[in-house]
Design a protein around this ligand. Sequence first.
Ligand code: FA5
Length: 336
Amino acid sequence: MDLTKEINKIKEDFLAEVNIVKTSKALADLEVKYLGRKGEMTRILRDLKNLAANEKQKIGSLANQVKNEILSEIKKVTAVVKGETIEEDVDISRPGHKIEVGHLHPSTQVQYELEEIFKSMGFMVLEGPEIESDYYNFESLNIPTYHPARDAQDTFYLEDGNVLRTHTSNMQVRTMQKYGAPVRAVFPGRVFRYEATDASHETTFYQLEGLMVGEDINIGNLVATMKEIFSGIFNKEVKVRLRPGYFPFVEPGFELDVECLVCGGKGCPVCKKTGWVEMIGCGMVHPEVLKFGKVDPKKYTGFAFGLGMTRLVMLKHEIDDIRLLLSGDLRFLKQF
Ligand code: FA5
């Protein structure tokens, strides 16, 4: 074998062997085998003197290079088998890679805050389907097919007759049917309406519905619960006004407005220059709806409300356009 090949073969053998070394003893034996007095590289280096001058220089430099590589490899592996860190591979002073962490969407933050407020008042938190039957979204809420109130909620109808729920009220009858009375529950969730968008209207937004049914539940309980929501979320006094409102599933029915916190009541695109933002539809559960829920209207009464959670987020953070919330724009979202 010519010498160059032999040296390369020695290097190859050494690397294969050093790769599987696990103990200091095995490593020391390897060092002796290649670099010891009778070692393979030592023999090559010793025999250099017998070569012709031109060969001597070429082979000599290769042999020295391989010897140094073997030495440095042995040094590295010595550190590994002793359980030490190899300094040239790991620079502990180098700054680490920053992992970007996200955070909850402002709507989710407000939803969780509201859930805590309601849990502290003994309400269950339930989820409902976003694809809903006509029965639970309309019929069982006293809105039969011919009723003009259907037009008030522009609806996405699916081909199979189901709808994208237009409000979280779809959970009222479902909850009464499942839990009977008395019952207290809130249902936060996403709802959908086929309508033109502007600064305070989206096609997809969040509501939080509440239902409380029991003996002697009255409007006083409803108003007290509404007050609790606002002091919990805003941590300050906010002006509200209650006015009559029509929903076929409550009697009497109300709309609750909050003074616009974006403009301080002066008038802006969010409140459509009125100074007030419509926030909650509410009222006493209609006896027909109790009946749909298999609850006896002679024994029980109840209140229900549907809070526009997305609008609440807007007022809490003084966001002047609802469309920003689902825009997915990180420059906007990172502010919360
Ligand atoms: C309802 O959806 C009724 N289900 C509320 C209700 C529940 C009444 C229980 C009685 C008893 P309304 O369509 O008004 O009502 O919507 C309720 C709230 O959702 C509004 O006050 C408003 O805050 C919010 N909202 C309504 N439409 C939109 C929209 N397009 N974009 C953002 N928020 C909206």
